[in-house]
Design a protein around this ligand. Structure first.
Ligand code: HEM
Length: 165
């Protein structure tokens, strides 16, 4: 299981953990935004966002440590057996391109999330409620949300193209 993950494909455990997190995070985020937008449940939204950020941070940190230090980079996970590589030539090149698009979103998302959370914690009153920071928070919140969804979609696409197809 440590070597192959638990989703039944020939990936790695931490890759399967992160892919699962990327799928689960979208409905949780949608719930959090629905709670604040239509139910005005500001405290529930705040708690959910902080828990989501904590879970994401832990999953991504564990994933990076595993991918870089244990496996020595994604190509070693994709081509576990160098004598019979899963991807080579054009196929490897197009996955490399897909990953560089994924990285644009995967790197900007934590930066935007951190900014959204730090500003919200500093400027929104506690318990949370609409305030002069609302306008900027809504803009940052929606950009962060779109960025996370694009991180998720491109990450899942990478997993599908590399391990499932
Ligand atoms: C990265 C984390 C967060 C994201 C992505 C996020 C996202 C959003 C979004 C998209 C909205 C606007 C919903 C709409 O269109 O009406 C919103 C509203 C709101 N959020 Fe967050 N949020 C985050 C963290 C927080 C935190 C930590 C707090 C509290 C300290 C907070 C408090 C609020 C409040 C009070 C509103 C309502 C603003 C108003 O209607 O005037 N949010 N959030």
């Amino acid at each position: 299981m440590w070597k192959h993950g638990f989703l039944g494909y020939d990936a790695s455990l931490m890759l399967d953990v992160v892919v699962t997190a990327l799928v689960l995070i979208v409905p949780v985020l949608a719930t959090s935004i629905w709670l604040v937008k239509f139910r005005h449940q500001y405290t529930a939204h705040k708690r959910l966002q902080l828990v989501l950020a904590g879970v994401l941070l832990l999953a991504v940190a564990a994933f990076e440590i595993d991918m870089q230090w244990v496996h020595g980079g994604w190509e070693n996970v994709v081509n576990k057996n160098p004598d019979s590589p899963r991807l080579s030539g054009d196929a490897l090149e197009s996955v490399r391109r897909l990953l560089s698009i994924h990285l644009i979103f995967a790197i900007s998302t934590p930066v935007l999330w951190a900014a959204t959370i730090v500003l919200a914690l500093r400027r929104i009153p506690s318990p949370p409620a609409p305030c002069p920071h609302s306008r900027l928070h809504k803009t940052l919140g929606w950009i962060s949300t779109i960025d996370l969804v694009l991180t998720s979609v491109t990450g899942l696409l990478f997993y599908y193209v590399t391990f499932v197809r």
